[in-house]
Design a protein around this ligand. Structure first.
Ligand code: UTP
Length: 416
């Protein structure tokens, strides 16, 4: 092991990261081994370039942004039944799986534990995971087929998530056959000098690599292979925090199949032109999502001849992919966005430092950055109050919080 350590030390030195071995001698054998494994798998070139990027402002101002076409679920008229029947047939043939992304840290909500375990305050005290499982079980009754459920966790919350499912008897799911957990990728956190942080356990401080990590991790952990073996062709990918997510939607699926697209996304019209949400657009001719911070006031207010906002279709993180599209998206690295966060770490003297303000960079990929990989995307506008009740913030913030989600949920399900 010492030989390996010396070998890794010289590599680290080249990248100015040799401090990672400072506390090596204080670790037990298990942790020593783990640290060496972590170092061995580090992509030091990538980390160096990510640090360089923290010094540059992200500029997309030369990108050509244009509106993207969408369909309105309310205005499909006769086509509604047509698409629905196509989708129903495929669902009944067990061609659909659901993926829930539950690897986020949920910092804004501030819940102690995986976000999916959060109780939004219904009389039933059901957790977000249980509310999602209810929807899948309802579909099971309707279409007489079990929808396989894949759950993405992070290294940080994987154990607690699985324990929660065990405690709740997998919400009636047959674990071996129909429920699958997989862990998303991670990237080290670095300080403002570009040094990789060491966590309290003496190992490299890593953080989940964003919801854009979904494609790569579905492929790397063998989930797409499993899906193919099960005959799955379509995968709905959504967040854990939308308690009205309609994961099994025959109309969306029918459109995707009929239009021969590999990705079909749901949108909801913006509450007002300046709502702080990302909206669908074309970026340099390819499907994409533009953040509210990137859009000019003029663009935000621009309307078409029918008076509809040109950039009004907000991205709900409710998207359907063909398995091969996931594989294609997972093959190419996505750009990483930088977040400046508070991170507890071990300093040079081995002391635990708990910062009171942000001190470290975290790198996250965004799921929609992969949309540019495809030319064939359909967008379906749905009614926000029927399909979107996110739990992002604490109640004190007043929007997208447990209180608003609870009200939307109750209204939709006719609960008093
Ligand atoms: P958000 O971007 O809202 O992040 O994730 P979050 O972790 O829930 O909350 P904040 O920003 O820390 O307050 C949207 C969805 O993507 C998942 C989340 O679990 C949520 O379902 N996600 C996010 C991941 O699975 N992994 C990540 O690395 C980030």
């Amino acid at each position: 092991m010492d030989e390996k350590k010396e070998e890794l030390k010289s590599i680290l030195k080249k990248y100015g990261q040799e401090h990672l071995l400072n506390h090596y001698e204080t670790l037990d054998e298990k942790h020593k081994k783990e640290l060496l494994n972590q170092i061995e798998t580090l992509n030091l070139e990538l980390i160096t370039s990510l640090y360089k990027n923290t010094k540059k402002e992200e500029k997309n101002e030369n990108d050509k942004i244009t509106p993207i076409e969408y369909m309105d679920k309310e205005k499909l008229y006769d086509d509604y039944k047509y698409f629905e029947n196509i989708g129903k047939k495929a669902i009944k043939e067990r061609k659909l799986a659901a993926v829930t992304m539950a690897g986020g840290q949920g910092t804004r909500l501030g819940h102690n534990g995986p976000k999916g375990t959060y109780d939004i305050g219904l009389d039933s005290h059901k957790s977000l995971f249980e509310l999602l499982s209810d929807h899948l079980k309802e579909a099971e009754k309707k279409y007489e087929v079990v929808i396989p459920w894949f759950i993405m966790t992070s290294r940080e919350n994987n154990k607690a998530t699985i324990e929660f499912f065990e405690k709740n008897k997998y919400f009636g799911y047959q674990k071996e056959k129909n429920i699958f957990f997989f862990i998303q990728g991670e990237l080290p956190m670095i300080d403002t000098e570009g040094k990789i942080l060491i966590g309290e356990d003496g190992l490299i401080k890593q953080a989940a690599d964003g919801h854009g990590g979904i494609y790569e991790s579905l492929v790397k952990t063998g989930m797409t292979k499993k899906m193919r073996e099960m005959g799955i062709e379509w995968v709905f990918i959504g967040g854990v925090d939308n308690c009205l997510a309609k994961m099994v939607d025959p109309v969306l699926m029918g459109i995707a199949i009929d239009k021969k697209v590999t990705v079909a996304c749901k949108s909801a019209v913006k509450a007002n032109p300046h709502e702080k949400v990302g909206v669908f657009c074309k970026r340099n001719g390819k499907p994409n999502v533009i953040e509210y911070s990137e859009i000019t006031e003029e663009m935000a207010e621009e309307t078409d001849e029918k008076g509809e906002l040109l950039y009004g279709e907000s991205h709900l993180l409710c998207n359907l992919f063909r398995v091969d599209a996931i594989e294609r998206m997972g093959a190419n690295p996505l750009p990483y966005h930088i977040a400046y966060k508070k991170a507890t770490y071990l300093d040079q003297n081995g002391e635990v430092i708990v910062p009171t303000s942000p001190n470290a960079y975290k790198f996250e990929a965004f799921l929609f950055d992969a949309f540019g990989e495809v030319d064939d995307m359909a967008i379906l506008r749905v009614k926000r109050e029927e399909e979107f009740a996110p739990v992002k913030n604490a109640d004190s913030v007043g929007v997208d919080c447990p209180k608003t989600a609870r009200e939307l949920y109750k209204k939709f399900h006719h609960i008093n």
